[in-house]
Design a binder for this molecule. Structure first.
Ligand code: NAP
Ligand code: GDD
Length: 337
């Protein structure tokens, strides 16, 4: 009997990779999609089409995480074995401008999912998408599952709430619920407002002659960047453990935003200093200065390890954005291999 998974946030970067991964594993996959005035399923359209007359591998359900009735109704209708709660207002910078909507979906949305699981009369394994942003003004380096949280943004505060609620529902009601504390993970499907993709898209557009500058904020912040398809595998692995627990997923390496920028430009033979301008307005009221994760617990429990390093990640994202603007990446020696 094939298993059934429900993914909230299925239209996002991680949701799309996770849906592909679970379909390949033979799962029947359902996703929660909110009503939007523009097309929002571009990352999963290939999973929503019929294949050789067979029903599409993914089915969507209209719903908003801020609506507890919708969440409850969809869970009852789908009767999933596993739920991956990935839906969030996930942009840290935006959360300063929109703290209430961020709290509604990122914090209370997670509670709505927990309540819907608590109300079922069958067992469900739940994954909650936690974040390294929760470590904020980091109390130790590298950060692990035992590092105290010190959030620095409305987004991070909302994620801390969701994290503690998930632990609470596990303890109080015996729900198999796990928090993944994932450090930044990127891909060609990354939203264009996040710094990695903004940079690789900007580089491609400069090469294609569509623009001449790229405006960024704080270049000194440091992040632990990994490759998103590898991180969604860890989400699934967490739910296969006999006992629910919380796990950090990270590469263990940290790099400054400036290094990402310099590497992306150098791959196409350009010096970033001739193209990047900084704008104070893109700085956040409070910043997370440096993140570096320790994923040894996940490695010991289920053998998870990152496979793509910093340089390889920048390379694959620059190459993908060049192809998008009609430029063949192989003309650049560093991208040819
Ligand atoms: P993303 O690309 O921004 O996707 C967010 C998803 O949430 C989208 O499908 C979005 O739908 C959906 N969503 C937003 N508000 C919603 C609402 N009110 N009701 C229902 N769905 C809603 O984020 P991601 O990078 O894939 O990240 C997935 C999860 O992991 C998020 O919870 C994020 O906070 C967390 N996380 C991400 C990272 C990372 O580095 N990527 C690291 C740690 C944790 P629309 O398409 O309609 O906007
Ligand atoms: N977005 C953005 N845009 N960030 C910029 C820019 C810019 O123009 N210029 C500099 N930065 C800096 C930010 O100030 C931050 O220090 C760093 O680049 C990374 O910013 P983002 O790419 O927006 O990611 P994030 O680290 O804030 O948040 C992401 O990772 C978290 C995990 O730690 C998101 O995916 C969160 O949802 C996730 O939880």
């Amino acid at each position: 009997m094939s298993r059934t998974a429900l993914i909230t946030g299925i239209t996002g970067q991680d949701g799309s990779y996770l849906a592909e991964f679970l379909v390949a594993k033979g799962y029947r996959v359902h996703g929660v999609v909110r009503r939007t005035s523009v097309h929002s399923t571009g990352r999963i359209d290939h999973l929503l089409r019929e294949r050789d007359g067979a029903i599409p591998p993914v089915e969507t359900h209209i719903g908003d995480l801020t609506d507890p009735f919708a969440v409850h109704r969809i869970v009852q209708r789908v009767r999933p074995d596993e739920i991956y709660n990935l839906a969030a207002q996930s942009h840290v910078g935006v959360s300063f401008e929109a703290p209430l909507p961020t709290a509604s979906v990122t914090a209370l949305g997670a509670l709505h999912v927990l309540e819907a699981v608590r109300a079922t009369d069958w067992p469900i394994r739940l994954y909650q998408a936690g974040s390294s942003e929760m470590f904020g003004t980091v109390r130790e380096t590298p950060q692990s599952e035992t590092t105290p949280f010190a959030p620095r943004s409305p987004y991070a505060v909302a994620k801390v709430f969701a994290h503690h609620m998930t632990v609470h529902y596990r303890d109080a009601y015996g729900i198999h619920a796990s928090n993944g504390i994932l450090f930044n993970h990127e891909s060609p499907r990354r939203g264009e407002q996040f710094v990695t993709r903004k940079v690789t898209k900007g580089v491609a557009e400069i090469v294609a002659g569509r623009r001449s500058t790229l405006t960024l904020g704080n270049l000194t912040a440091r992040r632990d960047w990994g490759y998103a398809p590898e991180y969604v595998e860890a989400m699934w692995q967490m739910l296969q453990q006999p006992v629910a627990d919380d796990f950090v997923i990270a590469t263990g390496e940290t790099h400054a935003v400036e290094e990402w920028v310099a590497t992306a430009f150098s791959l196409v033979g350009l010096d970033w200093r001739g193209f990047v301008v900084t704008d104070e307005r893109l700085r956040r009221p409070t910043e997370v200065d440096s993140l570096r994760g320790d994923a040894r617990k996940a490695e010991a429990a289920f053998g998870w390890r990152p496979r793509t390093g910093f340089h390889g990640l920048v390379k694959l994202m620059v190459a993908a954005d060049l192809r998008r603007v009609g430029v063949d990446p192989s003309q650049f020696p560093e991208l040819a291999s």
